[in-house]
Design a protein around this ligand. Structure first.
Ligand code: ADP
Ligand code: MG
Length: 340
């Protein structure tokens, strides 16, 4: 390796989005959907990220598109490894080799999956690989001093999973991971229009409605919008007018499940930490934190103050970046690896 320079990376391998931070340059060098298009037979990757997302719903038979981490678990090890390898290669500057990698993984993944992520990074050339749980990285990214003997409640509403964790003294004390998050909200909007209006709308349309009109709590100004899809009765295109109230009605059962998961975790939280959380409230991360009024709904249902982080889609990778730049100071927060 003489004459070669090294690059250190922090990777947030999310169910919906993958972000990569490059140490030294101190910036996020990649932010793309966690989507892969590959050849069904050879398993060769044809496209990743945005390019693969554009192909959704428009592929010939031998090309398959998957989100390898859809529900917070790795659906296909080989594809995930190839995706990681390609992404790492794409962001590593020329004439550099990858030295250290810090990867965030969902709190709930299994030992086998952790090993697969670690191996994938090693196969991509990384010399040292460290794993950190998503809520822990998110807390660090949000500026919380996780090493204090103080309880912090972190809620990360991502695409496939909502991760809820109480963190104290650099460790996760109790946690819940449910497979109900942003994707489920999008699905709820689709189902609502199917049931109530006999109209089938696409995933992208439903996600856009969620992002633009969706809410968890009554809005100061409710909105009306037009939506086009396929009439389920006669198969023809159909357009209807709907309202933000209707979208909220569609979202509420899903949001209720997230609230219940938080309440369940609070019940399992040791009393000393409960009193810290009573004072500090909930720190909200992940794309779901951007749903309008989610903070108000959670405040009402938990009676705790809710703080949305500065950039909920980036806190996790930025936190992993901080860890990467000072591994020895943060060694306590890392997931201890199985070494063999
Ligand atoms: P992951 O960590 O699982 O990859 P992210 O934290 O990147 O997930 O969040 C992705 C989810 O956030 C998606 O379901 C997306 O639809 C949702 N999302 C993004 N922006 C908004 C918004 N403004 N309002 C509601 N949901 C949003
Ligand atoms: Mg995430």
């Amino acid at each position: 390796m003489i004459g070669f320079l090294s690059a250190d990376l922090a990777i947030d391998l999310g169910t919906a989005n993958t972000l990569i931070y490059l140490a030294g340059e101190n910036k996020i060098v990649l932010n793309e959907p966690s989507i892969v298009a590959f050849n069904r037979i050879s398993k060769n990757i044809i496209a990743v990220g945005k390019k693969a997302k554009e192909m959704l719903g428009r592929t010939p038979r031998d090309i398959q598109i998957i989100r390898p981490l859809q529900d917070g678990a790795i659906a296909d090890f080989e594809i995930t490894e190839n995706m990681l390898r390609l992404l790492i290669k794409n962001v590593t500057p020329a004439w550099h080799y990858v030295r250290k990698v810090v990867v965030c993984v969902p709190q709930g993944i299994t030992e086998v999956e952790k090993r697969a992520v670690r191996d994938s990074c090693e196969h991509a050339g990384a010399k040292e690989v460290y794993l950190i749980s998503e809520p822990m990285a998110g807390a660090i990214g949000a500026g919380i001093n996780v090493s204090e003997p103080k309880g912090n409640l972190i809620v990360d509403i991502g695409g496939g999973t909502t991760e809820i964790a109480v963190i104290s003294l650099s460790g996760v004390v109790v946690s819940e991971s449910i497979k109900i998050a942003g994707d489920e909200m999008t699905e709820a909007i689709k189902n609502y229009f199917k049931k109530e209006h006999n109209i089938l709308i696409g995933d992208t349309t439903a996600e856009n409605i969620k992002i633009e009109i969706g809410s968890a709590y009554p809005l100061e100004e409710e909105a009306e919008f037009e939506v086009t899809g396929r009439n389920l009765v006669n198969g023809l295109p159909k357009s209807i007018v709907s309202t933000s109230e209707e979208v909220r009605k569609a979202l509420l059962p899903t949001l209720e499940e997230i609230v219940n998961a938080i309440l369940r975790l609070l019940e399992r939280t040791p009393p000393e930490l409960s009193s810290d959380i009573y004072n500090n409230g909930i720190v909200l991360n992940g794309g779901g934190a951007l749903l309008k009024g989610i903070d108000k709904l959670l405040e009402e249902r938990t009676s705790l103050p809710v703080h949305i982080t500065e950039d909920p889609l980036k806190s996790v990778v930025l936190g992993a970046g901080k860890v990467l730049e000072n591994i020895s100071a943060y060694s306590q927060v890392l997931i201890r690896g199985v070494r063999y």
